[in-house]
Design a protein around this ligand. Structure first.
Ligand SMILES: Nc1ncnc2c1ncn2[C@@H]1O[C@H](COP(=O)(O)OP(=O)(O)OP(=O)(O)O)[C@@H](O)[C@H]1O
Ligand SMILES: [Mg+2]
Length: 228
């Protein structure tokens, strides 16, 4: 399912001044790609990801997933849609503070009404290990570092295998080793048939992606290798 944005603009208000971002952005994201939005701080990366994921509404313009216009959904429909189709990591990546790391991941299945049997339990531990979160499954978020929380939020968004992953700066505040680890997991995830849409300042993320869209000059660069 491709994602299509039509004439997207978001206006914010600050001290009686209007701030306009994205300014009528038109964009089609083809199915099954790994896309990175880059560009200067304040250019509108988070705003755009929040609009694509239906977390925030554009002031004007439409967002389509295939033929479905999600900007026409009411709050309940939007929330059902997000739950069924999307894995989301926001820039501040909140975990639920009174649940352990394991329970935070288990919740992703429960929200989808998927029973958590022995195989799912193993998947949770395996993914936490893959992200370098060994033996932390029984810890609460307050005892984790910001990099560990980031990786746990990534794990939570991936574990229920959503069709589209949308992550705001998933590699920010991670060391080199973990940046590569996260990017490899996202690439593998895309290769399994899902879409991955992230924002990042990192050259490495841009190298891993199929498509880089720099919002500072809204120039879409698709790598040659994928054009053929
Ligand atoms: N709730 C808000 N109220 C007022 N202005 C806002 C609000 N959210 C964002 N903005 C403004 O909109 C612009 C785009 O913000 P956004 O967070 O999308 O940028 P960004 O590209 O994600 O930046 P960064 O790289 O720093 O995360 C900025 O100028 C920001 O100050
Ligand atoms: Mg941002």
């Amino acid at each position: 399912m491709e994602i299509r944005l039509e004439e997207i603009t978001k206006n914010y208000q600050r001290n009686n001044r209007k701030i306009s971002v994205l300014n009528g952005l038109n964009l089609t994201i083809p199915k099954g790609k790994f896309v990175v939005f880059s560009g200067d701080s304040g250019v509108g990366k988070s705003t755009l990801l929040n609009i694509i994921s239906g977390v925030s509404r554009p002031t004007s313009g439409k967002v389509y997933y295939g033929k479905e216009e999600i900007t026409g959904y009411n709050e309940q429909q939007l929330s059902d849609f997000r739950r069924a189709k999307l894995g989301i990591v926001t820039q501040n990546c909140e975990l639920i503070p009174y649940l352990t790391l394991y329970e935070n991941l288990e919740l992703a299945f429960e929200l989808n009404k998927t029973p958590v049997g022995e195989d799912k339990k193993k998947d949770i531990i395996k993914l936490l290990n893959e992200l370098g979160l060994y033996n932390l499954e029984n810890e609460y978020p307050k005892s984790l570092s910001s990099g560990e929380i980031k990786r746990a939020a990534i794990a939570r968004s991936i574990i229920s295998k959503p069709e589209v992953l949308i992550m705001d700066e998933p590699t920010a505040n991670l060391d080199r080793k973990n940046v590569i680890k996260v990017l490899e997991i996202l690439q593998k995830y895309k290769e399994s048939g899902s879409m991955v849409i992230i924002s990042s300042h990192e050259g490495q993320a841009i190298d891993f992606a199929d498509i880089n869209i720099n919002l500072s000059n809204t120039r879409c660069q698709e790598k040659q290798i994928f054009i053929a």
